[in-house]
Design a protein around this ligand. Structure first.
Ligand code: TYD
Length: 208
């Protein structure tokens, strides 16, 4: 079972994934969880290039190919072998992030992106994608607060405009409308425990 989490920046995915992983491990499941970009030593080096605030001159095509390169390595090195071994794989962002951010956010051609994504992943598609939904305004406010109060990373993608992040969210909504069977939308602005309960119910229902 291959599960991905998607959502605008600041939707709280990372915290929710940690809680879900702990819950599933306590229930006896073997879980592999990772994040994008990154998840392998090569991918983590690519992540540093992508997130470096110094790299504001990065061309959108470069950006796509770097995300795709990180993903290709992750799929080959970790995701496919672990899925074949019967593990549950949970990934914080995957190919849908490229469609939402580079496609809808930067306005790059979706069909070209899909071709690049298929090349990078060999067509590996999630069985289930949980979309943590939050408005772009609220998401960015949360990220700014986390950066100021807890010293969390404020990266090159966070620094893009509100309009960019609004297009990303609209993009997610369009992706979901095109493939509703794979996606489950979880409203992510409320109470953390209640959101986690909804996530657990959704995942456990699919695991049965
Ligand atoms: P990260 O710090 O992991 O943020 P988050 O906790 O929100 O996932 O940063 C990942 C950033 O990279 C995020 O702004 C989304 C962006 N991104 C893309 O633009 N395209 C992609 O294909 C991926 C995987 C991420």
């Amino acid at each position: 079972m291959f599960i991905t989490f998607e959502g605008p920046d600041g939707s709280g995915k990372t915290t929710q994934i940690m809680l879900l992983v702990e819950h599933l491990q306590r229930a006896g499941h073997t879980i592999y969880h990772t994040r994008e970009p990154g998840g392998t030593p090569i991918g983590d080096q690519i992540r540093d290039v992508l997130h470096d605030l110094k790299n504001e001159a990065m061309h959108p095509h470069t950006e796509i190919l770097l995300y795709a390169a990180s993903r290709a390595q992750l799929v080959a090195q970790e995701l496919r072998p672990r899925l074949q071994a019967g593990e549950i794989v949970i990934c914080d962002r995957y190919a849908d992030s490229t469609l939402a951010y580079q496609g809808y956010g930067h306005g790059l051609d979706l069909e070209t992106l899909r071709t690049i994504l298929t090349f990078a992943t060999g067509g590996l598609t999630p069985d289930l994608t949980l979309y943590l939904d939050i408005t772009a305004e609220e998401g960015l406010q949360r990220r700014q607060r986390a950066a100021a109060q807890d010293g969390e990373e404020w990266n090159r993608m966070d620094a893009l405009s509100l309009a960019f992040h609004q297009r990303v969210r609209e993009g997610y909504l369009a992706l979901i409308a095109n493939d509703p069977a794979r996606w489950v939308t979880i409203p992510a602005s409320g109470d953390r425990t209640a959101i986690q309960a909804q996530i657990q119910d959704t995942v456990l229902a699919r695991l049965l």
